[in-house]
Design a binder for this molecule. Sequence first.
Ligand SMILES: [Zn+2]
Length: 342
Amino acid sequence: MKVCGMAARSRERCWTGWVLVLICAAICFLPLACQGGHQTEPSGVVPPQVPVRTSPPPPAVSSNPSSPSAPTVNSARAFQYIKEIVAFGPRPIGSPSHKKLEQYILAHLKGDQVESDSFTADTPEGKFPVRNIIAKYPGSKDGIIVIAGHYDTPYPLRNTKFVGANDGGSSTAILIELANQLRGKKRDGYSVWLFWTDGEEAVKQWSDTDSLYGTRHLAEKWQSDGTLKKIKAFVLTDMIGDADLNIERETNSAPWLEDLIYQAASHLGYQSHFFARSSDIGDDHMPFVRRGVPSADLIDFEYGYGNVFWHKPEDTVDKLSPKSLEIVGNVLLQTVWMLDQK
Ligand SMILES: [Zn+2]
């Protein structure tokens, strides 16, 4: 189902305009028509005017009145998580700061159903421990929605000032905040699994075998244990904190899922931040795409003009905005709620 949100919205505005014209005409001309009979208004009184709207109408509260509203994220809290995460410094696999971040994530999931998928990755720089972290929030419906994002930073940048506020930080933080929103609530829908992926970054030089260590491992494991076929949607977040937020329409992603995400964004009035550009991006969703799981990658790969801050020491918190976390977090929750209705 492909819905062009922009076209639908302009048509709706046009229809509203005609109604306004008709109401205006009725109010303006009815008193004139009545003047010949009995003049009810003293002279000099201006007939009541229909207020003229100068700004665009606010987004509709719900496109489907029967659909429940999704919760919303606390973006200030999510932004604070990013500040705390970057304070650990660079967080490549195998480093003490990576270990600290693992503990930080787990400390924010106390009482939740949490699983780790730990293994040793064989990389061009030797063997490294990799740990995927999954928090599960059970639903009443048979099926799973996975929301993922990586928490490691690149090994080649381990001795630089690179702290990955956006690349690694934003995805880790938004998932922790989503956990806050899902925790302790009865879900009348699919189970939601939050998945902090590890070893996303290349250890030496990006290739099919030197990248995506965590997701390649878990996709294979979930294929062999039957989990994979229960996944209704796999939605990845990466570099979603940029204050100038422009999420790509990622071309390896499932078009129907991206259309649904666009509908969710339009429902919340955030559609201008989505899909103005199309890009083919190899990211943590690929091991799932290759196995036929409906997947989408929400990434803004234009971080600074010409992506100039990407993998640079300039990837710092001052380039980010809580508003961007709010937009992506709320669109994710809205997407989950819309998937639940399907
Ligand atoms: Zn990166």
